[in-house]
Design a protein. Structure first.
Length: 302
């Protein structure tokens, strides 16, 4: 990518954070697959990100990754600018009736902070893999709760570098969907909560943790749920009924523990994982006439 990118890369603003070129992304993803970022930006904070975006051409593509828990980076890598939100976006502040957290704060960490402070209503976040920014973008949910149930407001940096706050009501939050401003990057959000019994909150989180351990391949190289649940049904049931439990392509496998999860057994490529997902979609379509929709994001060049 470097030869093609050399002219425009020289025009990039200088951030307070870090910029790298042709940076491998595979080890940053939960699947441990994928090619390099043409440009990788790790902004120092929201102001740094805003200034950087305000200083680049709107023609340059920008891709955002957080914890990369629900992401397949294709083997050819990601052209343009990849924004990785990290340390400067991971702060968590507990309030009497909620939590304000940066987009890079892990959902499970937010739940743990809330539990330690005796703040109830956010325990379901411990069952969501990944970070808060991604959870807002896809209105993530688990164990009976969704982000839309608790979201007060979100701060977003626009592609022109403007930083604005939006009430949750402006985002039209639906099943695995949020209507964010085009090109906007979530940098901070507030989640509602209420005072609760720390013992009861901790017990509920222990229950969620045990359930995940028992039913999901949490210790494998995997992501979150691969496909969205169709209306009135569960993706895992359709996948299982179509005979896909344990199905493999190369070192990519449909989990035998929970068949709405894909696994990298060690040497899988992004192409293997994506081909396996498409094979599963084909088998479900042939048997049930239902088109499963990917929940995992797939980005970059094959």
């Amino acid at each position: 990518m470097a030869a093609q990118a050399s002219d425009w890369r020289a025009q990039l603003p200088t951030p307070r954070g870090r910029v790298g070129f042709d940076v491998p992304l595979g080890l940053m993803t939960w699947f441990r697959v994928g090619g390099p970022a043409e440009v990788l930006l790790r902004p120092a904070d929201a102001e740094d990100l805003a200034r950087f975006l305000g200083g680049i051409s709107p023609e340059w593509p920008v891709t955002v990754i957080g914890a990369a828990s629900n992401l397949i980076v294709r083997d050819g890598g990601i052209p343009g600018i990849v924004v990785k939100l990290a340390r400067g976006f991971s702060e968590i502040a507990v309030e009497a009736d909620g939590i304000v957290a940066g987009a890079a704060a892990l959902d499970v960490t937010i739940a743990e902070y809330a539990a330690a402070a005796g703040v109830a209503g956010l325990g379901f976040c411990s069952g969501i893999p990944g970070s808060l920014g991604g959870a807002v973008v896809m209105n993530a949910g688990a164990y009976g709760g969704e982000i839309r149930d608790v979201l007060d407001w979100v701060e977003i940096v626009g592609p022109d570098g403007t930083l604005a706050r939006y009430d949750a009501s402006a985002l039209t939050l639906g099943y695995r969907h949020a209507a964010l401003p085009a090109g906007g990057i979530v940098v901070r959000a507030r989640l509602r909560a209420q005072a609760g019994d720390p013992v009861a909150i901790a017990a509920r989180m222990t229950e969620i943790r045990a359930s995940r351990e028992a039913t999901q391949p949490v210790r494998a190289r995997t992501g979150g749920s691969t496909f969205r649940n169709p209306e009135g049904d569960h993706a895992w049931r359709l996948i299982d009924a179509a005979g896909c439990r344990g199905l493999r392509i190369g070192d990519a496998q449909v989990s035998e523990k929970h068949c709405n999860f894909l696994i990298n057994r060690g040497e899988a490529t992004a192409a293997d994982l994506e081909a396996l997902g498409e094979a599963v979609r084909g088998k479900v379509r042939d048997m049930f006439g239902i088109d499963l929709r990917w929940e995992i994001r797939r980005v970059g060049v094959p």
